[in-house]
Design a protein around this ligand. Structure first.
Ligand code: CUA
Length: 320
């Protein structure tokens, strides 16, 4: 019995869809999701992964099939068929990716506005926020979500959560090659970012010298710190733990070393840590800052790295 090609196409389509959906949910490429914003970004990533897996499989399967099926047989020295193109097919394979790309961009924009986007302060019930609740992107996002077979409930941001003032504000300064954190309420300055679990944080950042980027992969947030300008981020840490804050903008030869720790802890632990910082800064006013490479010469700061790279401080001076 010969199976009609329509049935074959349908079967292959079903298998491709199932494999894509499964891989879109089980790629295991993302680190722990440690903030309230992270699940939204992950859903978007999973949806894109599902679409990409489907396209990858279609392209590779057709390619491998054609290479085997239409290979040159022994003794066949004829020219190939003079095929002139196929307009309907070209329209189809332009239209489908265009629709996919448009859908993903609307969905991305929706996630972007949902996690703060153009208005990280969220203080004045901005029209952008309201709009995002009713814009067609929401429907599109829901469709994509449904297609990717997502059952996890995305975090719902209540209007109150979006518009209320942050529960904690931290001023962040990026400089070659360190991060400085100032807690305006207590005046404490540290080189490590401590945050209480479940409290909405607003980060006001700037840079002293060149552009840096504040990136915490586990929170799925990234924002440029720009000299002479303030940028903001708003997020809510949800999982206790130590995470890495990484500079994500090539800012000089030691950009790769511009990392620090983010500690998410209970309110009690946070309060205790803050108290310790206050005591320490009272004892020696510069102590908190001395943890950072500000007070040491650049040679001292760079020596651990230069040793690794096999250069000594004389060479370093010559470069300067
Ligand atoms: Cu700062 Cu890279």
């Amino acid at each position: 019995m010969k199976i009609p090609s329509a049935i074959w196409t349908l079967l292959i389509g079903i298998v491709l869809t199932l494999v894509s959906i499964w891989y879109g949910q089980n790629h295991g490429l993302l680190p722990t999701a440690a903030s309230d914003e992270a699940p939204l970004v992950d859903e978007l990533f999973n949806a894109m992964m599902t679409v990409s897996t489907g396209i990858f499989l279609i392209v590779e399967c057709v390619l491998i099939y054609s290479v085997i099926k239409y290979r040159r047989r022994a003794g066949d020295n004829e020219d190939g068929l003079p095929i002139e193109g196929n307009v309907p097919l070209e329209i189809l394979w332009t239209a489908i990716p265009a629709i996919i790309v448009l859908g993903i961009s609307i969905y991305s924009f929706d996630v972007y506005t949902n996690i703060g986007g153009f208005d990280p302060h969220g203080g004045h019930g901005s029209p952008m926020m309201e709009e995002s609740m009713t814009m067609p992107g929401t429907a599109m996002a829901a469709t994509l979500d449904h297609r990717s077979g997502n059952t996890a409930t995305p975090v719902q941001f209540s209007e109150q959560q979006k518009t209320s003032p942050p529960q904690l504000t931290v001023d962040v300064t990026g400089l070659q090659y360190a991060w400085l954190f100032t807690y305006p309420e207590t005046g404490v300055t540290t080189g490590e970012l401590h945050l209480p679990i479940g409290k909405t944080v607003e980060i006001n950042m700037t840079a002293n010298d060149v552009i840096h980027a504040f990136w915490i992969p586990e929170f799925r947030i990234k924002q440029d710190a720009i000299p002479g300008r303030q940028t903001n981020l708003r997020f809510t840490p949800r999982k206790a733990g130590d995470y890495e804050l990484i500079c994500a903008e090539l800012c000089g030869p030691y950009h790769g070393a511009m990392k620090t720790q983010v500690v998410v802890e209970t309110q009690e632990a946070f309060d205790q840590w803050m108290q310790e910082q206050l005591v320490a800064s009272k004892d020696t006013p510069n102590q908190a800052v001395a943890m950072n490479p500000l007070d040491i010469t650049s040679d001292e700061f760079l020596s651990p790295y230069t040793k690794e790279m096999g250069i000594n401080s004389e060479i370093l001076h010559q470069i300067k």
